[in-house]
Design a protein around this ligand. Structure first.
Ligand SMILES: Cc1cc2nc3c(=O)[nH]c(=O)nc-3n(C[C@H](O)[C@H](O)[C@H](O)COP(=O)(O)OP(=O)(O)OC[C@H]3O[C@@H](n4cnc5c(N)ncnc54)[C@H](O)[C@@H]3O)c2cc1C
Length: 226
C-alpha cells in the first residue's frame, strides 16, 4: 500500500473561514498557534464542525485491493477517481503464466514454505496485480483467479466482460479528495479493530501522511485498540 498527499489546504484558510463568523480577522497569526487553537476549539470542542470542511486533502492511494475500494466507496463525503479496469486490463495480456498450469490444490501441495513461496518469481510477478493476505491458500486462489483472467483476455474477450471474474484482491489505485470533517469520521471508523485489516492500515497511513501541523485535529480519532 502506498499513500501520497498530493495537495492540502492551509490552516490559515480554515481559520479565516471561522473568523468570518466573528469578523475577527485582526486576531489571525497566519496559521500559527492561535489559528490552530481556534480551529480545534470551534471545529472540535464547540462542534461547529462544518468549519472543518474548509480543510481539504487530496491523496493518491495505490497498491490497495478492490475489496478495500468497495469499503472506501461507502464514504460518501469524499471524492474518488479510480483506475478503470475497463480501460486498463490490457496490462495483463502480455504477461506469461502465473501458475505454470497448476490448480490451487496442486500449488498448495507443491509449495508449502511461505517465505520461499513469496520469493518465487511467479508470485513476485503476481504481486504486481494482487494484494496478498499471507495466508497461502487464499493467495494461491487469488493467483489462480489472476491466471484465469489472463487466459480469458488472451482469448480476446473484451475488458468490460472479462472484468467480471476479477478477484477482490486485484490491485487498484485512486485519487481521493476528502475534507477534514469527513476524514475525522473515516479515521475514527476505519482505524478501529472492528474494521477490515487493509482499510485499517490505510486509515493509519492517511493519518501519518497528513502534514504534521494538521495531525492534532485527528489525534483523538486514531483508535488505540490493537
Ligand atoms: C466496522 C465496520 C463494519 C461495516 N460493515 C458493513 C456491512 O456489513 N455492510 C454494509 O453495508 N456496510 C458496512 N459498513 C459501512 C458503513 O455502514 C458506512 O457505510 C461506512 O462506514 C461509511 O460511514 P458514513 O456513512 O459515516 O460515512 P459517509 O458516507 O462519508 O458520511 C459521513 C457522515 O455524513 C452523514 N451522512 C451521510 N449520508 C447521510 C444520509 N443519507 N443521511 C444522514 N446523514 C448522512 C452522517 O453523519 C455520516 O456519518 C461497515 C463499516 C464499518 C466501520
Amino acid at each position: 500500500m502506498k499513500v501520497d498527499l498530493l495537495q492540502h489546504s492551509s490552516i490559515e484558510i480554515c481559520a479565516h473561514a471561522i473568523r468570518t463568523c466573528w469578523q475577527s480577522f485582526d486576531k489571525s497569526d497566519d496559521g500559527g498557534e492561535k489559528d490552530r487553537d481556534l480551529i480545534d476549539r470551534v471545529g472540535n470542542k464547540f462542534k461547529h464542525a462544518s468549519t472543518l470542511e474548509h480543510l481539504t486533502y487530496t491523496f493518491y492511494i495505490s497498491d490497495v485491493s478492490r475489496a478495500l475500494l468497495q469499503e472506501l466507496a461507502r464514504h460518501r463525503m469524499a471524492s474518488p477517481s479510480v483506475k478503470s479496469t475497463r480501460y486498463t486490463l490490457k496490462e495483463l495480456k502480455d504477461e506469461e503464466t502465473f501458475t505454470n498450469g497448476m490448480s490451487m490444490l496442486e500449488l498448495k501441495e507443491t509449495y508449502t514454505n511461505a517465505s520461499e513461496v513469496y520469493a518465487d518469481v511467479h508470485m513476485t510477478r503476481a504481486s504486481k496485480y494482487l494484494v496478498f493476505t499471507d495466508i497461502l491458500g487464499v493467495d494461491f486462489a487469488s493467483v489462480v483467479a489472476l491466471e484465469n483472467l489472463r487466459l480469458i483476455l488472451k482469448d480476446g474477450v473484451a475488458n468490460d466482460r472479462a472484468k467480471f471474474c476479477l478477484p477482490e484482491s486485484y490491485k487498484t489505485e485512486l485519487t481521493w479528495t476528502i475534507n477534514a470533517r469527513s476524514l475525522q469520521n473515516f479515521i475514527s471508523l476505519r482505524s478501529s479493530k472492528a474494521a477490515l485489516w487493509e482499510i485499517r492500515d490505510l486509515a493509519v497511513m492517511l493519518f501519518e501522511t497528513l502534514p504534521e501541523d494538521h495531525q492534532y485535529l485527528f489525534n483523538s480519532c486514531v483508535s488505540n485498540d490493537s
